[in-house]
Design a protein around this ligand. Structure first.
Ligand code: SAM
Ligand code: SF4
Length: 331
C-alpha cells in the first residue's frame, strides 16, 4: 500500500517536526522574539508515534525527527525508542534526526543505542563569536562537545551549513577541511525565504553556484552520483578526500525527485516545503482509535502534493514565499 502522488513520485520519506521550540534563534530561521505554539496544541509523544507508524505502514522507509530543536522536546528519547521498533522489524530503513547539537553530549549514547546510525548537525561557523552572532543564543563549545560525543558513540555525522553572504562564505573552505578531517560530510544550503525574520534575506542570500566557483579556485570538485535520499547533490573533493553536498532550492530546483512530506508537532501535514497547502491530521487522529480515518486523510493529501515550490529571493518580492518559519516544518 504505497503512497504515490499525482506526478508518480513515491513518498518514502517523512520528516517530523516534534517541537517548534528551540534553544537557538538563528538569524535566518527565527525572529528573536518568536511566539511559539501553546503546549496544549502539540501532539503527545504517543500521538506522534501513532502518526509516524501509520506512515510507516503506508510505505515510509525513512523517518527524520527535526524541529525547532528536536532534542529540547521533553522525553523525546521515549519517542525515538518507540519508533526504533520499526527498524527492528525491517519496516523502516532509517531513523534519524537533524539537530543543532546543543544537547547531543547528553543524548548521543541513547540515540546510538536506539538504532540511530547517522545524524545531521547544523553548524554554520567554527568561530565562537560568529557562532553566537548567527545563533543569537548558542554556545559553540557545547555543540563541538556534542559532535565529539556523537562520534564517540559511533554515530555518523553530516554537517549542514547555511551559506550566508559576507558571513561564512569565506570560511566554507575551513569548515570543509575540518569536517572532512573528522570523517564527516559537509552540505551547504541556500537560504530559503520562509517566515518573517528580523533581517533582509536578500542581504544573506548567496547562490551556491557562486560559492562553488570560488571553491573551485582552490579545490578539485568532481560530481559523484552519491545520494542520501535527499535533495543534496554531491561532489568529491580531491584535496580532502571528503564529500561536499549542495542543496540549491533556488538556483537548481530539485522538486522532480521529491519523495518526502512533512508533519508538524500539531499534526499538520505539508506536502511541499515551499507551498502553503496543508492537511490537518490531528482531527482524524483524535476522532477514532482506529487508523482508517487517518489513513484516508493522508491519501487525500498526497493526491494534492504539488509539482514543486516557487521560491525566489529578490528585492521586488520582500515577503517570504511561505509565511511559516522553517522551524514549523523542520526544513
Ligand atoms: N534545530 C535543528 C537544526 O538547526 O538542525 C533542526 C531544525 S532546523 C529548522 C533544520 C535546518 O534548516 C538547519 O540546518 C537550518 O540551518 C536550516 N534552516 C533554517 N532556516 C532556514 C532557511 N530560511 N533557509 C535555509 N535553511 C534553513
Ligand atoms: Fe533553532 Fe535550528 Fe532554527 Fe537554528 S535553524 S533557530 S537551531 S530550529
Amino acid at each position: 500500500m504505497s503512497m504515490i502522488d499525482p506526478f508518480g513520485r513515491e513518498i518514502t520519506y517523512l520528516r517530523v517536526s516534534v517541537t517548534d521550540r528551540c534553544d537557538f534563534r538563528c538569524t535566518y530561521c527565527m525572529a528573536e522574539d518568536m511566539t511559539f505554539l501553546p503546549r496544549r496544541d502539540l501532539l503527545t509523544l504517543e500521538e506522534l508515534d501513532r502518526l509516524c507508524s501509520v506512515f510507516v505502514g503506508k510505505g515510509v522507509r525513512k523517518l527524520r525527527l527535526t524541529g525547532g530543536e528536536p532534542l529540547v522536546r521533553k522525553n523525546v528519547m521515549h519517542l525515538v525508542r518507540e519508533l526504533s521498533r520499526h527498524l527492528r522489524t525491517g519496516a523502516l530503513d532509517e531513523l534519524t534526526l537533524t539537530t543543532n547539537g546543543s544537547q547531543l553530549a547528553r543524548f548521543a549514547g541513547e540515540l546510538a543505542d536506539a538504532g540511530v546510525r547517522r545524524i545531521n548537525v547544523s553548524l554554520d561557523t567554527l568561530d565562537p563569536v560568529k557562532f553566537r552572532a548567527v545563533t543569537r543564543w548558542g554556545d559553540l563549545d557545547k555543540v563541538l562537545a556534542g559532535i565529539d560525543a556523537a562520534q564517540a558513540a559511533g554515530l555518523e555525522i553530516k554537517i549542514n551549513a547555511v551559506a550566508l553572504k559576507d558571513f561564512n562564505d569565506r570560511e566554507i573552505p575551513a569548515l570543509m577541511r575540518w569536517a572532512h578531517g573528522r570523517g564527516m560530510d559537509l552540505t551547504v544550503i541556500e537560504t530559503m525565504p520562509m517566515g518573517e525574520i528580523d533581517i533582509d534575506r536578500t542581504d544573506q542570500y548567496l547562490p551556491l553556484s557562486a560559492l562553488r566557483r570560488s571553491l573551485e579556485a582552490e579545490f578539485t570538485l568532481t560530481d559523484i552520483p552519491y545520494r542520501t535520499g535527499g535533495p543534496a547533490r554531491y561532489a568529491e573533493v580531491a584535496e580532502t578526500g571528503g564529500r561536499l553536498g549542495f542543496i540549491t532550492p533556488l538556483t537548481h530546483n530539485f522538486c522532480e525527485s521529491c519523495n518526502r512530506v512533512r508533519i508538524t508537532c500539531t499534526g499538520t501535514l505539508y506536502m511541499c516545503l515551499g507551498q502553503e497547502d496543508a492537511a490537518d491530521l490531528r482531527a482524524p487522529l483524535r476522532a477514532s482509535e482506529g487508523n482508517e480515518l487517518l489513513s484516508r486523510a493522508i491519501d487525500a493529501a498526497i493526491a494534492r502534493k504539488p509539482k514543486g515550490h516557487d521560491f525566489v529571493i529578490d528585492r521586488r518580492s520582500r515577503r517570504p514565499a511561505v509565511g511559516r518559519h522553517m522551524s514549523v516544518t523542520g526544513g
